[in-house]
Write a protein that binds this ligand. Sequence first.
Ligand SMILES: Cc1ncc(COP(=O)(O)O)c(C=O)c1O
Length: 359
Amino acid sequence: MIPFVNLTAQRDAYRKELETAEKRVLDSGCYIGGPEVRALEEELSCYCGAAQTITCGSGTQALELALMVFGLEPGDQVIVPNFTFIAPAECVQKLGGVPVFADIDKRTLQIDPESVERLVRTNTKGIIAVNLFGQCAPYEKLREIADKNGLWILEDSAQAFGATQNGKKACTFGDISITSFYPSKPLGCYGDGGAIFTSNPEYAEKARLLANHGSSERYRHIEIGVNGRLDALQAAVLRVKLRHLDEELERRQQNAKVYDQFFKDIPGLTPQVIAGGNTSTYAQYTLMAENRSDFIKRLNQAEIPYCIHYPSPLHAQPCFSAGATTDSGCPVTKKTCSQVLSLPFCAFTDVQAVVDRLK
Ligand SMILES: Cc1ncc(COP(=O)(O)O)c(C=O)c1O
């Protein structure tokens, strides 16, 4: 069976470096925070060009911390894409805010700025833009809308650490940006992990404080915060994988080209379009299948695993559905949910084998 994401092949490729790094931490007696985590934060800033990086426990926690830094209050509205993983909308609602669901572009599947604009109200405080499946959202247009209406932008780059837009790296487009180090992400650790990025020193200071129980000085707590720590073992693993990220992203581009080449001649199967000026991490290689159930039968016969990212618009999830506000029901999101499908993909996937089985 071809694995959907081949994490064991990746571990085999860097085994020596990983084991050295893991042993260094296990023998150090320092397992939370400390020099390994500080070094990772500096290396992440250096890689993506963010002024400050604050690591934390997960991508979801990074989103929650960012919303706390922005000072989200009960009743505040935040515009989120209707077609993505639940975390952005979940964090808004968890803090008492109101997620308002924008539609997406039918080709790139990214949040549609025109839909965002239609949803701005007097109590709208910000926009969460998700870099879906690994390519950046349309930040130029989103920034215009944000500036015109006094909104902040939270860039959810959980799937896109290492992507670029017009030569600039992801995690630098938001007033605050976040990523996830969930194991299967383009830069993943061996458990949960996440990070917050910002060029605003006040936001950075507040994020650091809130991620450490609201404390900058031992046993003095200025705010109610959270336990938002990344452990040293995960930091050490990430430092090894970060060194290989660019070569992995290159292999991901090559793999995507093999799929693109194959699907361009197959009617009814249309891969997600990568917008001009964007490079994608291809956190997922996703396509629209006009007749998805037939395509699934074909995949099953060929023993090719697949995932449906995502089967339902977020506004229709039971936790939001009572009175959720959408942009006219988000017709593009609805149609996309019925057609979308992701194929096995990572830097170590034998995509030619997938294509051969489909021929
Ligand atoms: C777009 C998006 N945002 C946030 C998250 C949450 O990240 P984590 O699983 O690290 O909490 C994910 C995880 O899949 C995601 O895809």
